[in-house]
Design a binder for this molecule. Structure first.
Ligand code: PLP
Length: 373
């Protein structure tokens, strides 16, 4: 399809290409010094003690579940409204996933009261998702975790450098719960094509995550290449979820641009709010949030009536849309658990284009089409 406006667009160019060329010139491609730089910079920018680069966010989420000791028979509470990877990552361990509803049509993040009502003696962890780049109610989630002695995994795939207000200060997401998981997939606020990062402030978890990322081995090929280590032991049943120097080089450049990308996305979000403000048929979730803390990643709106008509009109106008998301418990794999959302029109989410490359003219055009129905 030849879209006039695509749903998302990577913002990647000559600087990233130059960085990749340098990796070719170095003739070292697997995890090495560039990855270490990428990790250190990410940890510094998110104000976390440790950051480990991985193949993707799904791998990060899987490692998070493993490092937290989630096993068969455990239960993990996950939002119903998220990408399926947030739930699958717990299923890989044999744990049962229990789904929590969103707060409201205006705030689609996970509802803390509903989380609390789902807790049983088997519950081990809560995975929260900072949906669309807007923080969950972390204060409430932290209180619940403390009360019931639960672990918190923050799925930050949509929220690199987003923050939330806590105890009178602003904290970066991904460093508030036990483990944070980030995605650098091609449609994300920053990209390495495929890629991800895992963050923690906990020394013990950091040791486990690092081992689990690479076969449970006590040294890397790079350590041995540098002569720092001559052999290795295998101390846990790890995986190969390593990133590589090519992606890390791209990631370092993208990290330099990320603040700017996020700022541009906030401007696009504001334009949508402006041009959809007179339309009573459209709810723009999060429009009352402090946008300075957010990193708009996708642009979900709720269409009260005539969603099919609006979708067709947008398609006709060359505007790509999507739906983030079908609720996970509606998928065949997860249908065994009865789940009914209390959020009116939640099945009518329509995702509009969002990227830092969108102009005011683009947003005006998209909203004009919607407002014409
Ligand atoms: C909320 C959420 N979690 C996890 C993922 C998985 O990320 P990745 O594609 O990097 O594995 C995504 C991907 O879109 C996502 O949106």
């Amino acid at each position: 399809m030849n879209w006039k406006i695509t749903l998302s667009e990577p913002d990647i160019g000559i600087e990233e290409l130059e960085a990749v060329k340098k990796v070719f010139a170095s003739n070292w491609f697997t995890m090495g010094s560039i990855t270490l730089d990428f990790e250190n910079k990410f940890a510094q920018m998110t104000n976390t003690k440790y950051a480990f680069a991985v193949t993707n966010c799904t791998a990060a989420l899987h490692l998070a579940n493993l490092a937290l000791g989630i096993i068969e028979g455990d239960e993990v509470i996950v939002p119903a409204l998220t990408f399926v990877a947030s739930a699958n990552a717990s299923r890989y361990t044999g744990a049962k996933v229990v789904f929590a509803d969103s707060i409201s049509e205006n705030d689609l993040t996970v509802c803390p009261e509903h989380i609390e009502s789902l807790i049983t003696e088997r519950t081990k962890a809560i995975t929260v998702v900072h949906y669309a780049g807007f923080s969950c109610d972390m204060k409430a989630v932290l209180n619940i975790a403390k009360k019931y002695d639960l672990k918190i995994i923050e799925d930050c795939a949509h929220s690199p450098l987003a923050q939330c207000e806590l105890d009178g200060g602003k904290l970066y997401l991904g460093g508030i719960g036990d483990i944070g998981c980030f995605s650098f997939f091609g449609n994300k606020n920053m990209t390495t094509a495929e890629g991800g990062m895992i963050t923690t402030n906990d020394d013990e978890l950091a040791t486990k995550l690092k081992l689990l990322r690479s076969h449970g081995m006590t040294s890397l090929t790079f350590d041995r290449h540098k002569g720092h280590q001559s052999g290795y032991d295998v101390v846990s049943l790890g995986l190969n979820y390593r990133i590589d120097e090519l992606r890390s080089a791209i990631g370092l450049v993208q990290l330099d641009k990320l603040e700017n990308f996020n700022e541009q996305r906030r401007e696009v979000f504001k334009l949508y709010v402006k041009y959809l403000s007179g339309n009573d048929n459209i709810i723009v979730p999060f429009k009352d949030r402090d946008l300075n803390l957010a990193t708009p990643h996708i642009m979900p709106v709720i269409v009260k009536n005539s969603i099919e008509k609006i979708k067709s009109a947008l398609k006709e106008a060359g505007i790509q849309t999507s739906k983030h998301y079908d609720l996970i418990p509606t998928f065949t794999l997860y249908r065994d658990e009865p789940f009914t959302s209390q959020i009116e029109h939640i099945e009518n989410i329509l995702t509009l284009p969002m990227s830092q490359k969108l102009t005011e003219e683009d947003v005006k055009y998209i909203c004009c089409v919607i407002n014409s129905i």
